[in-house]
Design a protein around this ligand. Sequence first.
Ligand code: PXG
Length: 292
Amino acid sequence: MAKFIYLDGELVPPEEAKVSVFDHGLLYGDGVFEGIRVYNGRVFRLEDHLHRLYDSAHAINLRIPLSVEEMQEAVLQTVRANELQDAYIRLVVTRGPGDLGLDPTKCTKPTIFIIVDAISLYPQEFYEKGLSLITCSTRRNVAEALDPSIKSLNYLNNICAKIETIHAGVPEGIMLSTGGYVTECTGDNIFVVEHEQIITPPVSIGTLGGITARTVIELAEEMGIRVRIEPFRMMTVYTADEVFLTGTAAEIVPVAQVDGRKIGTETPGPITRQFMTRFKEITRSTGTPVYE
Ligand code: PXG
């Protein structure tokens, strides 16, 4: 349980961390957020997360009343107050309280809160044996309506897909674009391994630009593994040598089965295993120090 929550400039106990029922984050999902990890007393890729947060806010015309530097300090201060070495950070900025109409100009003060809590990880078995996935019938939002590269509080698209995975008894599911291309999963990006190259869909097809995915792409370059960022369909997934998912919460998790089809010959496959090892090393040795 978190000890202190950052709420609009103050650190308060969880029971006092309350927002108004008139907050447009609640009334309309009008806001943006980030999920960030602390490993071994260091915040992993904090700058990237803040960059994405401010880009998402800018895209919905939400002006965050703190500078990036002030926000960074607020995050570090909240981690320190909770005295955790390994944690999950949820950083949320909403449009703030307004009236019972859509008009965001009635919201004069954005609400900012930061929750730092112990992370609940996927069971170890998932990393050793791989996940089973389904293809969800809920398609990913189209950029013409709500761009999936905006990390907004409007997650109903993904939640509807998540409900399908729950009914199917699996932990994650693949979401397609309206054109039938693979985009990502409900809360993770997807990679396939084919002929010792890794392939992941471009953001332009309707994916969130994941920070874990970007880390994997950088690692691949370092490891001499060719990366292809291009659209593909389910056939590419079914016939892949390996499939893995990436996300702040999941890290890198292998996939054993998709829609009842077994993927490759072993799970995790050799390339997935290399990424899992390298990722573990860099999360434990890089990042913004919290306590120095
Ligand atoms: N796609 C979507 C739709 C996401 O929400 C990712 C990809 C991975 O991005 P990062 O930057 O984390 O590598 C996400 C991540 C959770 C949880 O509890 C995960 C996310 C959002 C909310 C909750 O697993 N997003």
